[in-house]
Design a protein around this ligand. Sequence first.
Ligand SMILES: [Zn+2]
Length: 291
Amino acid sequence: MKTDRISAVYLLAFLSLFFVECRQTSNNPGAQSSKSLTKVAPVSITRVAGPVVPKADSSPVAIMARKQVPILCYHQIREFRPKDSERAKDYIVPPGKFADQMKLLADSGFTTILPDQLMEYLKYGVPIPDKSVMIQFDDADLSQYEVAKPILDKYGFKACYFIMTVVLNKPGYMKKEHVKQLSDEGNIIGSHTWDHMNVKKMEEKDWAIQVEKPSRQLSEITGKPIEYFAYPFGLWNEDVARELEDHGFKAAFQLSAKRDSAQPLYTIRRVIIPGQWDAERMYRFMKGSFN
Ligand SMILES: [Zn+2]
């Protein structure tokens, strides 16, 4: 009989293919009913390892070859004061200018992405919107919560906040409740060391104070693992980058120096937008700086 000649292997292979097809079309209204899917599932589970994911090239060379996503870094969002030096104004953006910049990004069709999405894109080539941007804040200045967040909320933008934990609950800086709220609302909380130490000068004993303890504290506040790091002053070296990876960080952000071609995920570039710039200048600079 013909049926007898079909080996069990062929039958299993056929059922497996059938199941893969169901999985791939299961979002379509016309897909197989869950009833028929249930029937073949016990067979196919042993035959199909999971959704078919194309093998992506996540080598440093491939990561370096992918187009960079613009990352804008801010510190204080407040009006200039008479004693602010010209240099200080690089780190202070008046609220009206910040609002103009966010409006221009939104009006131009930009959406904010967060580090996990950036990782999927850089490591596996998972597509992101053409007009993706990342907004980041360093140091935990209170104005980031009080002034910048409401502006970001207006456009549905999310951001990363890199906290130096020594300032938490101090006057002029965020309180733990602010950090918790930012995290609960879908923003990413990252580490910026305990007291803004230049990590190039770190000795072995400093890792517990500057990296391990801050991560534990931020994790206790947010209830989530702390997986991203921003280098104070943007300064880094190859050893620290490697050590951060060993400490479980998925990526680390510097400023605008060249990336390390061996460790591109631990030397991701971002730019500071000086407070004197208007939105158009920010936009031109952003477009030109991340190729
Ligand atoms: Zn900083």
